[in-house]
Design a binder for this molecule. Sequence first.
Ligand SMILES: [Zn+2]
Length: 168
Amino acid sequence: MKKATHNGTCQACGRAQAAMYGGNEMSNHGYTVTWGYFNGVCSGAGKPPLEVSREWCDGVIKWLHEEAAKAEAQAVGPIGRVWITEMTMAERRSVYDRQKPKQRWYTQPEFETAKASTLMYCNWHWKDKVDMERFRLNRQAKAAREHADMLAKRADERFGQPLMERRA
Ligand SMILES: [Zn+2]
């Protein structure tokens, strides 16, 4: 493959990445932020860079605010289930395993059963997990809004600007 000569700004993650095919398409790149919305391949890969188009970016911003609003509403409502990552510490440290986390929802009875059979949960009470779930939802909403704000700022700065030359 011909080496990209320019970098563009990704419409989804906002980072500078190689722009392929004459600068019209962002190269394939990963997204490793673990707060829940982006994992694995970045949704901006294969899209035009922000310098060329902000259409995808504006959609991502809108979606992030919608997701944040949903999470904020859930955080103040009744919590009937909690989202738990079933992972050992070794798995947590591995980038490979983090990209396919073993996560699932637990209702209180499921939680009590898991707690009785798994050492991992033995220090927590259901009430604590509910508090943590509210905290997680608020943190997720905050991260989504922060990312949306960063993207909006980046779009205002970069849309219509020339691509950046890559250093060899
Ligand atoms: Zn990206």
